[in-house]
Design a protein around this ligand. Sequence first.
Ligand code: NAD
Length: 371
Amino acid sequence: MTTHKLLLLPGDGIGVEIMREVERLIGVLNAKGGENSFEYDSDLVGGAAYDAHKVSITEEAMKKAADADAIIFGAVGGPKWDDVPYEHRPEAGLLRLRKDFDLFANLRPAICYPALAEASSLKRELVEGLDILILRELTGGTYFGEPKEVVTLENGEKRGVDTTVYTTSEIERVIKLGCDLAKKRSNKLHMAAKWNVMKTGVLWRDVTVATHKAYAPDVQLENILADNCAMQLIRNPKQFDVIVTDNLFGDVLSDEAAMMTGSLGMLPSASLGAADPKTGRAKALYEPVHGSAPDIAGQGLANPIAMIASFAMALRYSCDMAAEADAIEAAIAKVLADGLRTADIMQNGLTKVGTEEMGKAIIKEVEAALS
Ligand code: NAD
């Protein structure tokens, strides 16, 4: 019997509403019994933490996060906190979690449920059944390299500088993770970089080839130029399975892939750290891609699917519960196929439901599948 320790951080706005559906789901999985169970605790983060404690996350919450096997995060922010001191703004809580736990890998799946294929901007046949995973390096590269500045030159002109920096070990660890993820899926890995014009691109390609050869030669690897990858994603996205890439290209490619699937309310994500040498477990935070949606908060209108799918990722990547993760993903597909829709994905002639109703319908399917 394995007990998984979770920390739930609902945050602000719709984060609170969608997290309730995760709690309900945890209750159902615990009630089912079996080899796995969950212990969970909750705490404040973001604006809610600021209101109570004048910080965006407390040391006590950070300690609970350090002790947890997985952190399940809702969303933070909202106009109420626009004027709080910069270091205590709601997003600072999330950035602190990412930084303190060195969450270097961001996983963004792009899954196009057949029932939602019409909502994509691409043709149905290109996206129906799409299931790809973008693995973005999250703590290095262009967004963090120094110097990073805008300077005024002697002639009065300004010059902006960003610096793209990567070391062997930073690339190696994310490529290894890419190989591990590919093995859990269809064993196919693309690495996207610009080795034709960037020195960091040359290093990415060389380290990728060497790491793959030493670590997972059985994985089918293809290196692809990042611009070609962007084009191929639009032309024929189903040719991909896992795409691993640096921070900057990953930012762009993951948004491109995400939009093939329809709505923001559907997109889960995971951020993983290095595996603990003793337990083999990686620190991990799971969160929907969307924000706290202040425009619909408190009205029971939010789509809980991105949150529930993020929890399914936690089961898959932090709890070794692939069967339960599969059951949740299948349940989401089923309720969508049955015509249930929250307002953000509503189509003519289908049944409009709120957060709770959508959550309960998914949970009912999960219960049926696992009974
Ligand atoms: P947002 O993602 O909160 O909302 C964008 C639009 O999508 C809104 O119209 C919203 O109603 C809709 N939407 C988002 N999620 C939805 C869902 N689950 N169901 C139905 N509709 C949904 O982005 P924003 O409006 O730019 O930002 C609002 C606040 O959230 C800001 O304070 C921002 O800083 C914060 N934010 C937080 C995170 C995070 O916590 N990781 C991410 C992005 C934005």
